[in-house]
Design a protein around this ligand. Sequence first.
Ligand SMILES: NC(=O)c1ccc[n+]([C@@H]2O[C@H](COP(=O)([O-])OP(=O)(O)OC[C@H]3O[C@@H](n4cnc5c(N)ncnc54)[C@H](O)[C@@H]3O)[C@@H](O)[C@H]2O)c1
Length: 250
Amino acid sequence: MRLDGKVAVITGAARGIGRAIAAEMINEGAHVMLTDRDGAAAKRTAHELAATGGIIQAFRLDVTDRLQVNEATAAILQAAGRIDVLVNNAGIVGVASFLETNEAEWDRIMTTNLKGIFYCCQAVLPQMVARNKGKIINIASVAAKVGGGLLGTSTYAASKAGVIGLSKGLAREFASHGVNVNVIAPGSITTDLTHRYLSAQQQLDSVKRIPLGRRGLPADIAGAAVFLASDESDFITGATIDINGGVLMD
Ligand SMILES: NC(=O)c1ccc[n+]([C@@H]2O[C@H](COP(=O)([O-])OP(=O)(O)OC[C@H]3O[C@@H](n4cnc5c(N)ncnc54)[C@H](O)[C@@H]3O)[C@@H](O)[C@H]2O)c1
């Protein structure tokens, strides 16, 4: 198996893309530490995925709360001894137009999508550096490259562009410490998040703009995450993998 015995922490993994990454990493032999700000949902999901026979534990972790990030990281390190892979997946979307975006909304999106990654990386990196090995995978969005997506306006785009810039900076700084930092930029993927903001008709219409002729599924992201977590990607760092059905060919 491609991730045999590796300890992987995934944020925002109770549902959607994070959950699919957790499921695929378990299939590949990883010991998954499933985290989410919704602790009850994290427990439920971990219970469901454990039924497939993998090793999985759930932790409540709100990426906007530095204390909780540090405490959950300490608990995970105590339980598993190390963290080989960190997937920064937790994210929220902003749909307000720029002039309607007040400061609280700007802060809400930036704090979750960008500062949360700052907190999680600062908590997890020291033990990766000490072992001279680690993989960090950050989930951005096609919105980072085109200024907004089918979902997500300028603030969301800025937060996700920040994720790509931060990832390149970390990739550069920690390359000599054996840590690879890469990004996945999904296009429109059908999850609770898209159901929350897009009508069935809007989702159907979106297919017309997708060269591969269908909307993405969470499982479409999971395979790339496994690749970036595995030894197969040891010579890749600072890269962004676009997974969008051909909407953007960069
Ligand atoms: N679905 C898409 O079309 C799409 C496209 C591009 C990028 N993305 C990105 O992919 C990631 C996952 O999106 P999704 O569609 O699976 O979303 P989702 O809303 O279905 O699931 C997100 C999960 O993150 C959790 N979460 C939210 N804020 C959190 C916080 N502060 N701390 C910890 N957990 C938190 C939620 O509880 C939820 O379980 C996000 O970063 C999103 O921006 C999604």
